[in-house]
Ligand binder design. Structure first.
Ligand SMILES: Nc1ncnc2c1ncn2[C@@H]1O[C@H](COP(=O)(O)OP(=O)(O)OP(=O)(O)O)[C@@H](O)[C@H]1O
Ligand SMILES: Nc1ncnc2c1ncn2[C@@H]1O[C@H](COP(=O)(O)OP(=O)(O)OP(=O)(O)O)[C@@H](O)[C@H]1O
Ligand SMILES: [Mg+2]
Ligand SMILES: [Mg+2]
Lengths: 227, 227
């Protein structure tokens, strides 16, 4: 489903250049769940942005569901992403002028689904994250953790072959956080692949293996399934 | 330093009204450090916003450093807040058109300090949170955890008598998170009062006591210092 081969990423030019990733390789099969941990600034979000086609790598190859992302135009990448990748951004990126239900329905409507079935699917996705009845509220009428759960529902909705979740439970209490991990695990067991960036070891334990990043390099990989 | 007496908060009108706080009382002396925990949506951020004078309570009394906040105009509240309260917002609220150093210097400059000493103080505050050398970067050139640390440096800078931190370590790895707690504890030991909202029990353990919120009510308070 996902193949990153020797991916590097540099931000900025010459003296101000920051090397965010240095030759990272990662392969995910269908039904595989990988966690990524590492200190702040080590390249975790950059890895997800490149895997999801939102950022171009400076070097190396990226392919998602068989499509080679590096050779494509931004429009081609966006189209491939819409039907394949579900993304939960670290910065949430909710559209403040849309209600919770409209935000969650957005990926489905952008993919051509009619409004009425998209909104129905959004309502049940919101219920799955414990936000039934909040569909008509705008993001700024909700708490930080409630907003994060809207972003999670939007990232998990629809048939995705790859889910990329960037610290999705950072604003949640441990009970709510575990419920979200259970949901993510169920999506993987139903057949998609997922990468979870987290700072919580007990959340990484839900994955099949954990990759550790430090200064843009993969320094450890727990390999086989956790016993 | 802070006294909340029977504070209630309702958002919205009539049938859509949400009762965020229901008669909450909390008193903080100088040098006292209180943690607040509770499920997502239980009223933690609302409590901090009211304690810091950013939101008006629907009922009850609020006084910070002897000033009664409820009777004041927004301008009077803002002036009292600038010289008294340091705030770390859950949503960060960084000014994207300012650099990291300019964001951190802002509370000092708004309080009348000249640019040059304010920037020098900002540079050392950024170093205290592990971001030396990032002063000239803009927020969107930094990772999520780096942005959170800018917001923390801004909330702790200058002589504050009350620090209100709303889940300041949600985006940080455990090593960086502990370093931030140590910094907050040092500010309290130097004489200010602080409230920390957190979902991590091991971070709440740094405080003198922990208050638990549920559906807008204080349901538990560990009272005396943790043994
Ligand atoms: N501006 C607003 N308008 C309407 N309702 C609001 C507003 N802000 C918060 N609420 C509601 O008030 C309640 C308390 O919100 P608050 O932000 O204080 O929760 P919290 O405990 O900080 O939660 P979290 O852990 O998710 O950040 C929630 O039910 C929320 O939906
Ligand atoms: N748009 C950008 N422009 C310049 N530098 C950037 C940009 N985005 C990230 N960086 C830099 O690249 C490095 C990696 O950033 P990244 O966001 O991938 O870190 P991260 O591991 O996700 O950290 P965190 O845990 O704090 O979210 C950091 O040093 C950061 O400052
Ligand atoms: Mg990140
Ligand atoms: Mg909150």
């Amino acid at each position: 489903v996902l193949e990153l081969r020797d991916v590097s990423k540099v931000y900025g030019e010459s003296t101000l250049a920051v090397q965010a990733l240095r030759g990272v390789s990662l392969t995910l099969q269908q039904g595989e769940f990988v966690a990524v941990m590492g200190p702040s600034g080590s390249g975790k979000s950059t890895l997800l942005q490149i895997a999801g086609g939102m950022e171009q790598p400076s070097a190396g190859a990226v392919s998602v569901a068989g499509h080679d992302l590096v050779g494509q135009t931004p429009a081609e990448r966006a189209a491939a992403r819409l039907s394949t990748v579900g993304f939960v951004f670290q910065s949430l990126n909710l559209v403040s002028s849309l209600t919770a239900a409209e935000n969650v329905a957005l990926p489905l409507e952008l993919n051509g689904m009619a409004s009425r079935p998209a909104r129905a699917a959004a309502a049940s996705a919101l219920a799955e994250v414990g936000l039934e009845g909040c569909g008509d509220k705008f993001p700024d009428e909700l708490s930080g953790g409630q907003q994060q759960r809207i972003a999670i529902a939007r990232g998990l909705i629809g048939e995705r072959s790859l889910i990329l979740a960037d610290e999705p439970t950072g604003a949640l209490d441990s009970v709510t956080g575990e419920a979200i991990l259970r949901l993510l695990r169920a999506k993987v067991d139903a057949g998609c692949a997922a990468i979870l960036v987290t700072h919580e070891a007990r959340h990484a334990a839900w994955a099949d293996r954990t990759v550790f990043l430090r200064d843009g390099l993969i320094v450890d990989d727990t390999g086989g399934p956790q016993d």
